[in-house]
Write a protein that binds this ligand. Structure first.
Ligand SMILES: [Fe+2]
Length: 311
């Protein structure tokens, strides 16, 4: 390649074969026994979601919600590592594709993300909503997601709940160039500097292992953890993770004057920035919607994390 040729190799849409060691394959686990009331509530929610999904007006409502998609700038301090300064990470979570969000609309969102030129793209789980076949709707959107330093993902509770074999979920993503960080991590480098990027399996429906995810990082190395559910934060802070990126809550999805009746977090980590000791958590409101096709007071969001080095 001459110096004048455009550098298009990172945007090749051919499937990528990524060899994952057998020990790192995601597994599906027997569904844990849930309290009867929770089981009934879940069944009601899925039935309502599927009924609304058949209504054209519900899709129109969701398109209106998505028209308010916000890109939020989040700064991540990485110390004296000038080569990392300005590196940008796009964080997409809670797509819930198939539930009001169709393949073409998601493809538009992904292409818009790529046009913004992030160096790295991360997916925070709940890629599907409530059917195994929704995975196929991710084919073109995932192939469109390309970034010079790679595309990474962790699973969410909906992925575990509706995909019969999570090894298939992992294969599907990896064949489309998305590397799955479920209880593992790797060093992302630019120039002579690097940081530790890692992820954990889902808190309630998977088997998260933070210590495994952190295995291999160097002392004092900036660490970024992808964890679908924000309630990982207290443990991550204890382990010295610098920044946790989560979703799962949809920012409440439906809120009234700051009050969000359904949050799915025990620690009140509904949306935005949180700090504990030297650690920080950012909870994204996510892209899609579940059960109801609209959002109130919780516009969809894609955070763009910008690394900031000391000068
Ligand atoms: Fe979730």
């Amino acid at each position: 390649m001459t110096a004048l040729e455009p550098r298009m190799q990172h945007f090749d849409t051919a499937p990528l074969a990524i060899a994952t060691p057998a020990a790192d394959r995601l597994r599906s686990w027997p569904v844990r026994r849930r309290p009867l009331l929770r089981e009934i509530a879940d069944m009601f929610a899925v039935t309502l979601n599927r009924a609304l999904d058949a209504m054209p007006w519900a899709h129109a409502l969701h398109r209106r919600a998505l028209a308010r998609l916000e890109y939020t700038e989040v700064a991540f301090s990485v110390g004296a590592r000038p080569d990392l300064d300005g590196l940008r990470i796009a964080f997409l979570t809670d797509l819930h594709v198939g539930s009001f969000l169709d393949e073409d609309t998601l493809l538009d969102v992904c292409e818009d993300v790529v046009r913004r030129g992030p160096d790295l793209i991360c997916l925070g789980g709940d890629l599907v909503n409530s059917r195994e076949e929704e995975l196929d709707l991710l084919d073109r959107p995932l192939r469109a997601l390309r970034a010079p330093l790679g595309v990474y993902a962790v699973p969410g509770n909906h992925d575990h709940r509706w995909i019969a074999d999570m090894g298939d979920w992992q294969d599907f993503l990896e064949r489309r160039g998305v590397q799955v960080l479920a209880n593992r991590g790797r060093r992302v480098t630019r120039g002579s500097s690097g940081f530790w990027l890692c992820g954990v399996d889902d808190l309630t429906d998977g088997r998260p292992d933070l210590r495994r995810a952190l295995h291999g990082r160097s002392a004092g190395e900036p660490t970024l953890l992808l964890a679908h559910q924000p309630d990982h934060f207290p443990e991550a802070a204890e382990q010295g993770v610098d920044l946790v990126l989560s979703g799962h809550t949809h920012g409440g999805q439906v809120g009234l004057m700051g009050w969000t009746p359904i949050t799915h977090t025990r620690h009140g980590l509904v949306r935005g920035d949180f700090r504990r000791a030297e650690s920080r958590l950012y909870v994204s409101r996510g892209v899609g919607a579940t059960v109801l096709p609209f959002r109130v007071g919780a516009a969809p969001e894609i955070p763009i994390i910008e690394l900031v080095a000391e000068r």
